[in-house]
Design a protein around this ligand. Structure first.
Ligand SMILES: [Zn+2]
Ligand SMILES: [Zn+2]
Length: 406
């Protein structure tokens, strides 16, 4: 439809209203020819970020009757959030954003199946939920989290829709599993910023995650609306702006559709296949047991790989001493890295490959910093098998596990 054809009353895109038909909550949507409320009721959406964009995303999804949402955000509500977050109230200060947003979504749409998780999506969130989701929506304010979501979405063959806002401007971008991805769009400056923040000790994650960007509720509303409309279209199999971005500059009213190119040297385009669903939990399965499973499938020389590095110890260059230390990187602070003997900052020792020679065969995967419902990889150098810790499914998805309504 061209702009001069647009009028705010029924035209070729909508059905004629049957005035005798009784109206329900979603009656007006169903006047749109291609709209399928049942399809939305059965949809699984993973929303990451419950800040300014996330509030608008959750509000829109609840209003449109999306049935199943997993919402992930590890922040708590601060006074500055109250001016940009429709779902938060003064009395919510100090509570987890994800929990409050989920509660308010249930008030908007009581039939919604929404679950909140207050974890760090980069370090403490398994990839299993990306397999579960039909589409992923991001409302984030930092490159590191975007990069992690991008990689996980591509690994699972899923589309993710990113939103970014600053001042009165913003962009909504759709990244499909086969086209250009978020990493393909990253400039040298983006990498410099990311690496500069990572370079010191690799442990200043908390600081990295708390970028303070000037944003307004108006631009959050506009960009989140585009993200949600694209998600709804995608769920219906309609064409969306995959590999492109809708850019809007509010001060000058400049807008554009940006087309991205896939970079040949981009590292993010790895697909996790084949996936073997194991009836095992990260909190119970040991490194030794995991290696046994891998070697049964791939032979005695196969090794275990992880999808990201984990901390296995600290090294003090001053004292010349290495000590063992196991934790998720998301739960390690600079204070933990201080050497108890000399008081200097120690360097983290990281690993993402295990061949059974390590002295921890009885340590659980969780102790290594592997989150619930995650994947570990078996590799014999040529073939890879991706093992999903499916025993954690219920713990992460809760009521979302049995999602399909009759
Ligand atoms: Zn890429
Ligand atoms: Zn020392």
């Amino acid at each position: 439809m061209s702009p001069d054809q647009f009028k705010a009353d029924p035209d070729s895109d909508v059905l004629i209203i049957d005035t005798k038909k009784e109206e329900n909550r979603f009656s007006r949507f169903e006047l749109i020819r291609w709209w399928d409320q049942k399809l939305l009721q059965n949809a699984n959406i993973l929303v990451i970020g419950a800040g300014a964009l996330g509030n608008e995303i959750i509000k829109n999804l609840a209003l449109t009757g999306i049935g199943n949402i997993l919402l992930v955000d590890f922040d708590q509500i601060e006074p500055s959030n109250l001016s940009r977050s429709i779902l938060f109230r003064e009395s919510d200060r100090g509570r987890y954003k994800a929990d409050v947003a989920a509660e308010r979504a249930r008030e908007i749409f009581p039939d919604i199946n929404i679950r909140s998780l207050s974890v760090n999506v980069v370090t403490d969130f398994g990839i299993g939920a990306f397999f579960w989701a039909d589409v992923i929506l991001g409302g984030l304010d930092n490159r590191e989290a975007r990069l992690a979501i991008n990689q996980n979405s591509l690994r699972c063959g899923k589309t993710w829709i990113d939103g970014a806002i600053e001042g009165l401007s913003g962009i909504a971008r759709v990244f499909g599993p086969d086209g250009p991805c978020y990493e393909c769009t990253m400039s040298e400056v983006d990498w410099k910023v990311l690496n500069a923040r990572k370079s010191c000790t690799l442990l200043t994650r908390e600081e990295m995650m708390s970028g303070k960007t000037p944003t307004t509720p108006t631009i959050a509303s506009l960009i989140a609306a585009v993200q949600c409309q694209e998600a709804i279209k995608l769920l219906h199999g309609l064409e969306v702006i995959t590999g492109r971005g809708f850019f809007f500059e509010g001060l000058s009213f400049y807008q554009d559709i940006i087309t991205y190119k896939r970079k040949a040297e981009c590292f993010s385009h790895e697909r996790y296949t084949p996936v073997v669903e194991l009836d095992a939990e990260a909190r119970k399965l040991t490194l030794g047991e995991a290696l046994k499973i891998i070697r049964k499938d791939l032979g005695e020389f196969a090794i275990m790989e992880l999808r990201h590095e984990v901390l296995t110890g600290f090294s003090c260059s001053e004292c010349g001493v290495d000590v063992e230390y196991h934790s998720s990187l998301g739960r390690v602070s600079d204070a933990d890295a201080v050497c108890p003997d000399c008081g200097k900052q120690r360097f983290p020792i990281m690993s993402h490959q295990f061949d059974g020679s390590e002295p921890w065969p009885d340590m659980t995967l969780a102790k290594f910093g592997i989150p619930d419902f995650d994947v570990f990889i078996g590799s014999d150098g040529e073939r890879q098998i991706y093992y999903l810790l499916n025993g954690d499914r219920q713990r992460i998805l809760g009521p979302l596990v049995s999602k399909v309504q009759p």
